[in-house]
Write a protein that binds this ligand. Structure first.
Ligand SMILES: [Mg+2]
Length: 282
């Protein structure tokens, strides 16, 4: 936000499989572009299915902007010093101000339990799992798995039933004002929000806070839960999966779509670097 040409980029990114390697959860392959973003003052807004507890352990990533989005668009966490326009309701939580777009965890968990009983749906959710089980399913270490279990707005689950059970479950969740989101490894019961809604709101906050800047929005993601975020961006970057496949994404009119040539953070690094080059050359 230093007034140079590069500062017009506003970047939203998924973490798992996108900025973080699908298996190792490392962002090392993207360090060069992250460094360039920092030098150019380009804001990076993390927009993940991860919890606040997980994202807060990544200060080197969250410090690139005054905001991050947790649990698939459920809440926006803003730094205390983020210049908020009047009329935006926030709650204070630690050193953050929070805009909740989803529903409290107890509501989501209660709704999922009822829906599951109603449909006799075979599924296993995080609240049924020990930390060790979460670790086994996600590949996270035990400490990270513990933080992944610190849910505030959504419940991840593994679905083990058939299509009929799933249709029933989705309908029952909808009836309760909830929705079902499909992620890379897991599905999620969540309030009626998504990553696109939360990212659009953050973009509005940036527009209000910096009215003289024309933000060019970039979104990077690899999974079906990223589609809504990719749709709101001027440039949608679909990050390739380790097996070379990529999300079947239907572009919006007048939107630029890039499919990364490399998977995960290596693809992220290459495409972000190219976007910075383009903008700097003008
Ligand atoms: Mg992902």
């Amino acid at each position: 936000m230093n007034g140079n040409i590069g500062s017009e980029l506003l970047v939203f990114t998924d973490l798992d499989g996108t900025l973080l390697d699908f298996s190792t959860y490392s962002c090392n392959a993207a360090l060069l572009s992250l460094k360039r973003m920092k030098e150019c003052g380009i804001p990076l807004v993390i927009n993940s299915s991860k919890t606040r507890a997980e994202i807060e352990t990544m200060p080197s990533l969250t410090s690139l902007s005054g905001a991050f989005i947790v649990e698939n668009g459920s809440a926006i966490f803003l730094d205390e010093c983020f210049p908020l326009p009047h009329g935006i309701e926030t709650e204070r939580s630690g050193r953050h101000r929070v805009i909740m777009l989803g529903r409290p965890y107890e509501d989501v968990l209660g709704g999922l339990r009822q829906a599951r009983i109603q449909c006799r749906a075979r599924l296993k959710s995080f609240s049924d799992m020990s930390t060790e089980e979460v670790s086994r399913i996600t590949g996270l270490d035990l400490e990270s798995s513990l933080r992944a279990k610190e849910r505030e707005y959504s419940e991840p689950f593994i679905f083990e039933g058939d299509e009929k059970e799933l249709d029933c479950l989705v309908a029952q969740l909808t009836e309760r004002g909830l929705s079902c989101i499909e992620g890379g490894r897991l599905s999620y019961a969540i309030g009626s929000t998504d990553k696109g809604r939360a990212a659009s709101m953050v973009r509005e906050l940036y527009r209000a806070a910096f009215p003289d800047i024309r933000w060019r929005t970039v979104a990077l993601g690899d999974g079906p839960n990223d589609a809504a975020m990719l749709r709101m961006a001027d440039v949608a970057v679909v990050i390739r999966r380790p097996d070379g496949s990529f999300l079947d994404y239907e572009p919006e009119p007048s939107q630029q779509v890039i499919i990364s040539s490399k998977p995960g953070p290596a693809g992220w690094n290459e495409e972000v670097s190219r976007l910075i080059d383009e903008l700097c050359i003008g």
